[in-house]
Ligand binder design. Structure first.
Ligand code: 5AD
Length: 369
């Protein structure tokens, strides 16, 4: 019978090699002493493969209009309490320009899911404008949900080069339980493949600590990330949002357990995928005032400071307690830089900070997994 510590030792000997059972063993060990050993091991791998430089992506929350009614999300179509908005192209470009001048290197355009031609063309144009205004220097990542092949291709041609699409969970039964019927697991997975074929660096991720989610599920998620050969990951704890259907379900984890489980998940992913980019997400901050530092110390290397104009922020709450809702971009940047420096890391200003994994794939020039 393997113990968490013997599994950790084996990984030390054969980096990157682990079975789903062994991953589950690490993920299930909620003991402070072991967690520190796991964290240290993950941090060493991070230092060796991606370094102690944190890359920033200015997050622009373009619109909260969404066609989906996901059971956990504050932006769900059924939430009538939000004022729905869509930023203008000028506002988006101004936010991107601010991020660029602040040295962020990249921006992420994120929004609720829309598939109409007006929206598709709007994003296409706006991405083009962002690239033009920065002379091509600003990297553009998109996080705009499931789209068809032609749409992904148009946005790529416009200049976006990375795409985030979380699988949310790879347990199909659980996926069905937390999504409405028209959000389909296989379609989500197919989209990840289409994105890769379209030329994007692809990121995915899951929510950690969902009601009904086991450590075995999370271990399978990790195996999925490896098989899909992802370039980027965004993992965060699930945060119940009052009034959504999932928030009424009895959870299996306390807030503290969800935070620690998410941190172990980050550490295990770093051990197994040494050269990918991994975000320390704001959801960590919702559970601990220093949650994002804990994420960096557990193996993450990317932060996504919010650069959305203040007046839109209160209507873009995916989950409650999203930090920084009332702080302007300058305050957010200064606070972030001091938080990063306080843990002995530096900010990779003015760089795209693509993952070494993506660069290595480009060299190998092999196709999608
Ligand atoms: N708790 C944590 N994360 C959430 N997301 C949406 N709702 C929640 C929630 N209640 C995450 C999803 C989505 C990303 C944009 O935000 O994983 O992919």
């Amino acid at each position: 019978m393997s113990t968490p510590d013997t599994v950790l030792e084996n990984i030390g000997r054969e980096p990157g090699r682990i079975t789903a059972d062994e991953a589950a063993c690490l993920l299930g060990a909620d003991d402070a002493g072991f967690m520190e050993r796991l964290r240290e091991a993950a941090y060493r791998v991070k230092e060796r493969h991606v370094g102690r430089t944190v890359y920033l992506r200015g997050l622009i929350e373009v619109s909260n209009a969404c066609r989906c009614d996901c059971h956990y999300c504050g932006l769900r179509r059924g939430n009538r309490k939000l004022t729905r908005y869509c930023m203008t192209a000028e506002e988006i470009v101004a936010a991107a320009e601010w991020a660029w001048r602040a040295g962020y290197g990249s921006v992420v355009l994120q929004a609720g899911e829309r598939r109409d031609e007006i929206f598709t063309a709007f994003i296409e144009r706006t991405v083009g404008q962002i690239k033009a205004v920065s002379g091509g220097a600003l990297g553009v990542t998109l996080s705009l949900g499931e789209q068809d092949r032609a749409t992904y291709a148009r946005w790529f041609r416009a200049g976006a080069h990375r795409y985030l699409l979380r699988i949310e969970t790879t347990n199909e039964k659980l996926f069905r339980a937390i999504h409405p019927d028209d959000v389909d697991f296989r379609e989500r997975r197919r989209c990840l493949g289409v994105l890769r074929e379209a030329g994007y660096q692809v990121g995915t991720g899951v929510m950690v600590g969902l009601p009904g989610q086991t450590v075995e599920d999370l271990a399978n998620d990790v195996c999925f990330f490896r098989e899909a050969d992802v370039d980027m990951l965004g993992l965060g704890p699930y945060i119940p949002y009052g009034g959504t259907p999932l928030a009424d379900k009895a959870g299996d984890y306390t807030a503290g357990q969800r935070l620690r489980l998410a941190l172990r998940m980050i550490a295990v992913c770093r051990l197994l995928m040494p050269d990918i980019n991994m975000a320390s997400t704001t959801a960590l901050d919702a559970l601990d005032p220093h949650g994002r530092e804990l994420g960096l110390l557990a193996g993450a290397n990317i932060l996504m400071p919010n650069v959305t104009p203040e007046r839109y922020r209160r209507d873009y709450q995916l989950y409650p307690g999203k930090p920084g809702i009332f702080a302007g971009p300058e305050a957010v940047r200064d606070q972030l830089v001091s938080r990063i420096e306080a843990i002995g890391e530096t900010v990779g200003f003015d760089r795209w900070g693509d993952s070494p994994h993506a660069a290595a794939r480009k060299e190998r020039a092999v196709g999608y997994g």
